[in-house]
Design a protein around this ligand. Structure first.
Ligand SMILES: *Cc1c(COP(=O)(O)O)cnc(C)c1O
Length: 371
């Protein structure tokens, strides 16, 4: 068996080893059913129990109030970009979007197909290195949409934006869901593709308030109505059973870490170590505004794209994979989701020190040669 390395991938991303081991043990037979977890019917008692347990653990983890539904859907967060306006927006209404990165831009693009979009703030001018404090909401938007963590630019909302009036707050929480405590009652709808913090790709978690399920449009295809999935307990058609099974194991794993408060503390410590090193480094520089730095995706540069590429290769040789920044921003990105081990963060810091020493050596040698 090959040994595992430290995987900084932005998604699909590292999963807890104990979860993978348990899944492996159940591939050939889920418990003592004699049927593998991938092979069970979604209508059979064993898989129904998996779904019920996944929902129960999810509710427990985030103290989800009774007037919210927990849905396990397909199509990724990107399908939600369209499903949300399809349900809640029409030609006569406006939805407000906080544009804080590439994913919120994509969400806007979809919403524009269904109604009017008001850009309540836009961080594009500063290349999304900061979450703008100024907000320009419309009077009574159908909803207010924001992206709690900007996976590509490494920024994160420290707290939720406050929508005007009683407009429902809609959140793309794909890359920081369940990485810290969350007050679900502040939201109308929260969604997340699983592949960053919750499980494998192929399943999308949606937490939606009852009145929004009812408010959703009826003249849209059945699969795009939240009502359909709420009424059928996420089993209207064949759901992503393996994804939900794995999510169930991840929910239990988070509970074992001390729940959301427990993982938040660990995440603060991991990101804190990394940022303090970056702040004092003479070679590397973090790119996000300190007031809204992400604890999930830490973005940094040397200032020299060639040196960045050298470092990514240098780190790769030391069992640190996936540090290349997103193609749209360059530099480096360390994605350190819940399941990313603290030892990997420490190894990254040591590796950056080593590279920095080598580099300053080279700098002083060349300056001596020039003298
Ligand atoms: C990864 C990501 C997405 C896209 O998710 P898919 O499941 O691939 O559609 C959307 N929003 C955010 C914040 C992300 O990090």
């Amino acid at each position: 068996m090959s040994t595992r390395i430290f995987n900084f991938s932005a998604g699909p991303a590292v999963l807890p080893e104990s979860v993978l081991e348990e899944a492996r043990d159940n591939l050939l037979s889920l418990g003592d059913t004699g049927i593998g977890v991938l092979e069970h019917s979604h209508r059979g008692p064993a898989m129904i129990e998996v779904f019920e347990e996944a929902e129960r653990l999810c509710r427990k983890l985030a103290a989800i109030p009774d007037n919210y539904r927990v849905l396990f859907l397909q199509g990724g967060a990107s399908t939600q970009f369209a499903t949300i306006p399809m349900n809640f927006l029409d030609r006569n209404s406006t939805a407000d979007y906080l544009v804080t990165g590439s994913w919120s831009k994509k969400a806007v693009q979809e919403a524009k197909m269904f109604g009017t979009v008001r850009i309540a703030c836009n961080g594009a001018d500063e290349n999304f290195s900061r979450i703008p404090a100024e907000r320009d909401f419309s009077e009574s938007p159908a909803y207010v949409h924001f992206t709690s963590n900007n996976t590509i630019f490494g920024t994160q909302f420290p707290t939720e934006p406050i929508p005007p009036g009683d407009a429902p707050l809609v959140c793309d929480a794909s890359s920081d869901i369940f990485s810290r405590e969350i007050d679900v009652s502040k939201y109308g709808l929260i969604y997340a593709g699983a592949q960053k913090n919750l499980g494998p790709s192929g399943v999308t978690l949606v937490v939606i308030r009852d009145d929004l399920v009812e408010r959703g449009a009826k003249e849209i295809p059945t699969m795009f109505q939240y009502r359909t999935h709420a009424q059928a307990d996420s089993c209207y058609n064949t759901p992503p059973t393996f994804g939900v099974y794995l999510m169930k194991l991840v929910f239990q794993w988070i509970l074992d870490q001390g729940g959301l408060a427990g993982v938040r503390e660990i995440n603060e410590r991991k990101a804190g170590k990394l940022y303090s090193y970056l702040d004092e480094s003479s070679l590397f520089r973090p790119t996000a505004d300190p007031a809204c730095r992400s604890r999930m995706n830490v973005t940094f540069v040397t200032g020299d794209p060639e040196l960045d590429a050298q470092f990514v290769a240098f780190a790769r040789d030391r069992r640190l994979d996936g540090l290349k920044g997103h193609r749209s921003v360059g530099g480096m990105r360390a994605s350190i989701y819940n399941a990313f081990p603290e030892a990997g963060v420490e190894h990254l810091i040591e590796t950056m020190r080593e590279f920095e020493d080598l580099h300053s050596d080279a700098v002083s040698r060349s300056s001596k040669a020039n003298a």
